[in-house]
Design a protein around this ligand. Structure first.
Ligand SMILES: [Zn+2]
Length: 176
């Protein structure tokens, strides 16, 4: 399935997020479940919920009018949900797909979240040269995406709760 549609409190569509992100927003009481995917369940540890198809934010958020979300390292980590683009483990660094030493720039499409090990291993090489495969394609977030992602956690923006992160890393978290 594609993503979960996020509605503003005013019912305007804002963005889509992963079903897991949608569940987190509902659990954090930042959004209410509007529609579930019929007949589906989302299971993780003691959690068993319908898979959200549409959620609605409890508080109205004003979407800043901008053509593009400004690039930042933190923004890349939030966009990629702190998951390494090469191995899926927790990422704390930002990798330039085309290395800066080779003319690669600080743009949304040239940067991905990466774990420190993979960032070091890739060094000043392209993924092809390093024999590494991107699990996800970098994308340009819309301002609404950036906003919705930022709503997902306190402190380190966009982080999943610890118990959920541990399950996700173990591969036992999935939308059934
Ligand atoms: Zn990695």
């Amino acid at each position: 399935m594609s993503g979960t549609l996020v509605l503003n409190a005013s019912y305007e569509p804002l963005s889509t997020v992963s079903p897991r992100r949608a569940v987190v927003l509902v659990l954090q009481r930042k959004a209410d479940l509007e529609h579930a995917v019929p007949g589906s369940r989302f299971r993780a540890a003691a959690l068993d919920l319908p898979v959200p198809q549409v959620i609605r934010l409890r508080r109205f958020v004003k979407v800043p009018f901008r053509q593009q979300a400004p690039w930042s390292r933190r923004g890349v980590l939030v966009r990629d949900r702190h998951r390494c683009a090469y191995c899926g483990r927790r990422a704390t660094t930002v990798d330039h797909v085309v290395p800066r030493s080779r003319g690669g720039r600080d743009t949304w499409l040239n940067t991905v979240a990466a774990c420190a090990d993979d960032n070091r291993r890739k060094a000043n090489r392209t993924p092809a040269e390093a024999g590494m495969r991107l699990l996800v394609e970098p994308f340009q977030p819309t301002p609404a995406d950036a906003l919705v992602l930022a709503l997902g956690g306190q402190g380190a923006v966009g982080e999943l709760p610890e118990w959920l992160t541990a399950r996700a890393a173990a591969g036992s978290l999935r939308a059934a």
